[in-house]
Design a binder for this molecule. Structure first.
Ligand code: T5A
Length: 215
């Protein structure tokens, strides 16, 4: 454990998959093991990037084109990476990030059907060789995820897309998980909160050789 460098961990999944719920359980695990960390999210995570998030998610008569949306996702990411994620990792602090570039592959590549090589080019431009150390994808059937998300209140601009859009998003996440098995772990998130938490905690304790379970 003490020999492990600060980890960059990202959480992914369609709307209502339970990322935010499971992020809290992950943080309790790190607290129990006295691991220093910060929590953050994308799009957003810094004041400037949160302004871009507002532009991206709000409903507007002048909605962004798919290409504009893609560029804004990476504009926000460039700021977030430079001013928050990289400094934290360099200081030895773990970073727990709700969504990152896999979301761009899933939503803009899968959902919007933009060419994946555009995303690869922007990924290299913005991140260089930097990639998450571990990505947890919480997988749920689309109808289940959207049902959970819908109970929470008004839908934002991207959440208002149709079922076919989210089926493409989910399929892209599944492709990423099967292509990048070293970095990405896909968890079945369709059962109750406690069961999903238990699978995640068991997996992480083994992976990082942690000794303390969260209380
Ligand atoms: N986006 C983002 C892109 O298009 N491209 C990009 O590059 C990036 C980075 C914002 C949007 O931006 C898009 C994707 C998104 O549309 P967001 O802020 O992460 O992304 O917002 P959402 O994904 O919409 O977050 P949600 O809150 O909907 O999803 P979560 O976090 O997965 O779900 P959570 O934990 O809040 O749970 C939702 C509800 O379900 C319940 C919870 O209690 C809550 O009420 N729940 C469960 N119920 C039963 N069983 C379980 N196992 C449950 N787990 C949670």
């Amino acid at each position: 454990m003490s020999s492990l460098k600060a980890q960059f961990i990202t959480l992914e999944g369609i709307e209502g998959a339970g990322k935010s719920t499971q992020k809290e359980a992950l943080c309790r695990l790190l607290d129990a093991n006295r691991v220093p960390y910060i929590e953050t999210r994308e799009p957003g995570g810094t004041p400037y990037a949160e302004s871009i998030r507002e532009l991206l998610l709000s409903h507007s008569d002048d909605a962004p084109s798919a290409k504009t949306e893609l560029l804004l996702m990476f504009a926000a990411r460039a700021q977030h990476l430079k001013t928050k994620i990289l400094p934290a990792l360099e200081a030895g602090t773990w970073v727990i990030c709700d969504r990152f570039t896999d979301a761009t592959y899933a939503y803009q590549g899968g959902g919007r059907e933009l060419p994946l090589d555009w995303i690869e080019t922007l990924e290299t431009l913005v991140q260089g060789a930097k990639r998450p150390d571990l990505t947890l994808i919480f997988d749920v059937p689309v109808a289940l995820g959207l049902g959970r998300a819908g109970r929470r209140g008004a839908l934002d601009r991207i959440e208002s897309e149709d079922l076919a859009f989210f089926e493409r998003v989910r399929a892209m996440y599944q492709q990423i998980a099967s292509r990048e098995a070293d970095r990405v772990v896909m968890l079945d998130a369709s059962s109750d909160v406690e069961s999903v938490t238990e699978s995640m905690i068991s997996l992480l304790m083994t992976r990082w050789n942690l000794s303390c379970r969260p209380g």
